[in-house]
Each structure stands twice: as structure tokens, then as C-alpha cells.
Design a protein around this ligand. Structure first.
Ligand code: SAM
Length: 262
């Protein structure tokens, strides 16, 4: 994703209060359960940092490094973090399959949201997982989430254009391409077993595995964090709150617990 129009469409439709607000809040809450006691966390494929900034705001004691290959995305990310007055985030331009600037076992946590489907082959995903394992200190935290590839094209088209009326066409098109490019849940699970630390747990949304989460075990959230998350859920417009509750429901049915909003 590098063309200025595509970057602009993604950044606009992906606004924190737009169609993706439920997904952002779900991943902010779930990632926070995993990374909350970390010193330094890297975000692989941070894009315009809409998700990363929300996670950073929820975890002010953690230092974050957003990594992306696209200088256009990083320019947007830097401006977005500055505009939000967020001080615990910095950015680096780098390929996530070769994190050469990071020494072995130098990082406490790794997160990645909606970026891994950009990797062209399973071998690139393997290299990324192998890099995660290399840079992560023992017992480090991991929260990775991405689309899971659906087997039927009709399902891909259905989900890609579900919100088409509320978002730029380029964003719907990018969503369709992303769903087509995604790795299968089974591929994530296989490579996680081979390359990631043994504590990793894999989850796919129940029945329709269009979202995947790979994470290390969660820790109880501080009561004030839980209260803020519940407040943010209540403040969502009704339609997006329903989206969030669907995500909670389908991940809970897949065995992902505890629910960070309960
Ligand atoms: C769909 S955006 C996701 C952004 C953000 N994580 C989110 O949840 O909104 C995917 C990002 O991954 C980046 N990306 C793709 N391949 C990459 C690679 N090999 N190394 C680093 N970044 C990459 C793209 O430039 C893009 O900004």
C-alpha cells in the first residue's frame, strides 16, 4: 500500500471514529491484556498508527516503536501521534521480515494488526515470525492479529462490501484485496508452532474465521484500564458498539478469554 491515493483512502476511512472503530477498540483492549507490563513493544506494519496511538494511550508506561516499509504511512503516523500529543511512540522505516536494527532478545513485546496479509508469501510470514522470536526476550509478549482467508469468493465479496456505502471505494477495494491476500488460519497456526515462542495461543473467529489472533497469555487488566475500556465501548455509536460486541462474541466462542470488556 504505497500510492498517495491509497494511503489517503486508508487513513481517512480508517479514522479512529469510523467504520473500523470497533475493531480498533477490540484490539486495543486485547493487546493491552498481553503487553501491559512491557518496557518496549514494537508494532509491525503500523501504517498511519491509528491503532497504535490508541494502544499507546491506553498503556502510557510502555514505550512503542511503530515499524513500516512505507515512508508515506510513517509521515502520516508521525503527524497523527504528534497531533494526539502521544509521547511514548516513535517510528522506524524497516522491512518486518528483516528487523536488522533490533538486536537479539532486545524487545519485551511485539504487536501487529492487519498487516501480515501484505506479505507476499508464506516464506515471508515465516521470516517475520522467526524475527519476532529472535528479537523477543524470554517470556516476551506477543499480540498479532490479521484477516484469515475465507474459502468462498462470495464470502470475501460479502464482507468486503458490507460497509461500502460508508467508506471510500478505494478502501472497499483494498479490503477485498486484503481478504483475498490473507493467509489461512491453518497456515498461521502451523507457522506459529514452528517459529513463535511455545506460549503462543491461536484463535480464529468462530464459524467464519475471517479474523485471526495469535497471542501469549493475557494478564488481568488494572481496574482503571477496564473502566476506561468499558466507557469507550459505551461511547461508541450504536452500530459500531454492535460490531464490537459481535467481535467479542465470536472470539469468545473460539475460546479467547477473559473478555476485556466484562
Ligand atoms: C493495512 S496497513 C495496517 C496498519 C495498521 N497496523 C492498522 O491496524 O491499521 C498495513 C501496513 O503494513 C505495511 N507493510 C506491508 N508490508 C510490510 C513489510 N514487509 N514491512 C513493513 N511494513 C509493511 C504497509 O506499508 C501498511 O502500512
Amino acid at each position: 500500500m504505497d500510492g498517495p491515493d491509497q494511503v489517503a483512502a486508508y487513513a481517512q476511512a480508517g479514522r479512529i471514529d469510523g467504520v473500523m472503530s470497533a475493531a480498533y477498540l477490540y484490539h486495543t483492549a486485547s493487546a493491552s491484556q498481553v503487553i501491559q507490563s512491557c518496557g518496549t513493544v514494537v508494532d509491525l506494519g503500523c501504517g498511519p498508527a491509528t491503532q497504535l496511538v490508541q494502544i499507546a494511550q491506553m498503556n502510557p508506561d510502555v514505550r512503542f516503536v511503530g515499524i513500516d516499509l512505507s515512508s508515506e504511512m510513517l509521515a502520516k503516523a508521525t503527524a497523527y501521534a504528534e497531533a494526539g500529543g502521544v509521547r511514548n511512540v516513535e517510528f522506524r522505516e524497516c522491512d518486518i521480515t528483516r528487523l536488522t536494527f533490533l538486536p537479539d532478545q532486545s524487545i519485551d513485546g511485539v504487536i501487529s494488526t492487519m498487516a501480515l496479509h501484505h506479505l507476499p508469501t508464506l516464506e515471508h510470514l515465516r521470516s517475520t515470525f522467526s524475527e519476532i522470536r529472535r528479537i523477543l526476550r524470554p517470556n516476551g509478549a506477543v499480540y498479532l492479529t490479521d484477516f484469515g482467508r475465507l474459502k468462498k469468493l462470495a464470502s470475501v465479496i460479502f464482507f468486503a462490501y458490507l460497509n461500502a456505502r460508508h467508506q471510500p471505494h478505494l478502501f472497499s477495494l483494498d479490503y477485498e484485496r486484503s481478504l483475498r491476500a490473507a493467509f489461512l488460519y491453518d497456515e498461521f497456526e502451523m507457522l506459529a508452532k514452528q517459529e513463535l515462542p511455545p506460549a503462543i495461543q491461536c484463535f480464529g473467529t468462530f464459524l467464519v474465521p475471517m479474523l485471526t489472533v495469535l497471542r501469549t497469555p493475557p494478564k488481568p487488566l488494572k481496574e482503571e484500564t477496564s473502566a476506561v475500556l468499558r466507557q469507550m465501548r459505551s461511547a461508541l455509536p450504536r452500530r459500531y458498539r454492535a460490531d464490537l460486541d459481535d467481535l467479542r462474541f465470536f472470539f469468545r466462542l473460539s475460546g479467547m478469554s477473559p473478555d476485556p470488556f466484562s
